[in-house]
Write a protein of this length. Structure first.
Length: 449
């Protein structure tokens, strides 16, 4: 069947055909067709993934073989192999691989890198392989890290990182030793020592230079002395300097910390305030301040002074001599006297001088009470040569009443003694009044009390 379009239905015919084509394309079923594998870049594998050269001394050469391979099914391109510009000059590359190179899938190649040190110490570098491999970096490189074991001394101090002298008296000296050891692979040469600021005034080192310590040898022992010149702590650094060919390792020099403290005395006084009871006119009361030695060296009490403005009735007990030396952990009594008779509260301050550098002068407040009971017993001692009765008088010489709660012989007293009356109620004894009682002695046969 044929179809001849007329000039009048051309547009309609085209529309119909277009629709037909669209229908045909829409109705075509999905096709499971093989258009071939999409190409991707292969990965470059390095073995080892990083290179560590063994310890190599000056004049020797170490070599390491590097294998690179393509484990994928598609090829990759290598355009250039070189050591980085930052690599140590002691590294050299040896390779007879023609470049550029197409490394087919499953193919391997090897090259060598050598290390020949010209001086001690470690070295590092990088091997750059420029490639189309999928694991290349943004600059188109696969990078292999190179480094060497350090050929250098490894200083060790037998005394640890710090030499601690503890407390030392000013003007005296303490000496400690420290052994310098070398656990490295090259000798450790010390040409001089350097103290941090102020260290040379109180620390001293007995050593002869240069000090040369071979690797893993017995080591060298130095003597360090400490003699403080003033109070306080001392903490300095001691650097072990190596100078070679005009160069110094000052910034990287091994450092030993030195610590010490000037030993000092420390005073503690008890009580902080000394309170005297009421003391009648014409009488004298003595009380003591206790000074305790709490420091690291003996405490020296060098003097005591009743401060101006204090009551004139306070005084340091006559006959007290200075200095008073108190051993560490010990104590001493510092007596103060007070002459009574005041009608008002009396006050004062005593200053105690010592060799405590932190508290060379400590003060204690003094108080004397102006009111109170002052009970006096007369006689103070009873003597009975034979059978006898003795009168005892209690007098309140104070300006306040005395409360007498109990008057009795001690329970341990001999039965030959008897107090008359035998018991007493609580008694209030007014100022300037007295109370009498008796003590009788009746010895039994063959009894000598």
């Amino acid at each position: 069947m044929s179809f001849v379009p007329s000039p009048h239905n051309t547009r309609a015919h085209l529309l119909v055909m277009s629709l037909a084509v669209c229908a045909v394309l829409f109705l075509v079923p999905a096709c499971d067709c093989d258009y071939g594998e999409v190409r991707r870049n292969a990965e470059l594998t390095l073995n080892p993934s990083s290179v560590v050269f063994p310890l190599t001394t000056v004049g020797e050469t170490s070599q390491q073989t590097i294998e690179f391979s393509n484990k994928d099914q598609v090829s990759l391109e290598i355009t250039k192999i070189e050591l980085s510009k930052e690599s140590n000059a002691a590294f050299t590359l040896k390779s007879d691989i023609p470049l550029p190179l197409t490394l087919e899938g499953g193919e391997k190649k090897t090259l060598e890198v050598s290390f020949a040190p010209t001086s001690g110490g470690g070295a590092s570098g990088e091997l750059h392989i420029y490639t189309t491999a999928s694991n290349a970096d943004n600059e188109g490189r696969v990078v292999l890290k190179l480094r060497t074991l350090l050929n250098a001394p490894e200083p060790v101090f037998s005394c640890g990182k710090a030499l601690d002298f503890g407390s030392v008296e000013i003007g005296k000296k303490k000496t400690l030793t420290c052994t310098l050891k070398n656990r490295g692979t090259s000798l450790w040469g010390i040409t001089e020592l350097q103290f941090s600021e102020g260290g040379q005034q109180e620390f001293f080192v007995d050593a002869t230079f240069p000090i040369v310590i071979q690797p893993n040898a017995e080591g060298a022992t130095i003597q360090v002395s400490y003699s403080p010149i003033d109070a306080g702590k001392d903490d300095v650094l001691l650097k072990f300097i190596t100078k070679e060919d005009g160069k110094s390792n000052e910034d990287e020099a091994p450092v030993l910390s030195l610590k010490g403290k000037a030993a000092s005395a420390t005073i503690e006084v008890q009580p902080e305030a000394l309170i005297f009871p009421f003391t009648s006119k014409g009488k004298q009361t003595t009380k003591s301040i206790t000074a305790l030695s709490r420091g690291e060296i003996p405490l020296e009490i060098t003097g005591m002074l009743i401060e101006p403005g204090s009551s004139p009735n306070f005084s340091v007990k006559q006959g007290t001599t200075f200095p008073i030396s108190i051993p560490v952990g010990g104590s001493a009594s510092l007596p103060i006297e007070y002459k009574g008779g005041a009608t008002n509260l009396e006050q004062g301050i005593v200053t105690i001088a010592s060799n405590d550098p932190d508290n060379p002068k400590v003060q204690v407040r003094l108080f004397a009470v102006a009111d109170g009971c002052d009970l006096v017993v007369s006689p103070r001692k009873l003597t009975f040569p034979t059978r006898k009765t003795v009168t005892v008088i209690l007098t309140n010489q104070g300006n306040r009443a005395c409360t007498l709660k109990r008057i009795a012989l001690e329970p341990t007293s001999s039965k030959d003694y008897k107090m008359i009356p035998g018991s007493w109620p609580v008694i209030s004894l007014a100022p300037n009044t007295s109370l009498e009682f008796f003590v009788e002695y009746r010895p039994s046969d063959n009894n000598n009390d």
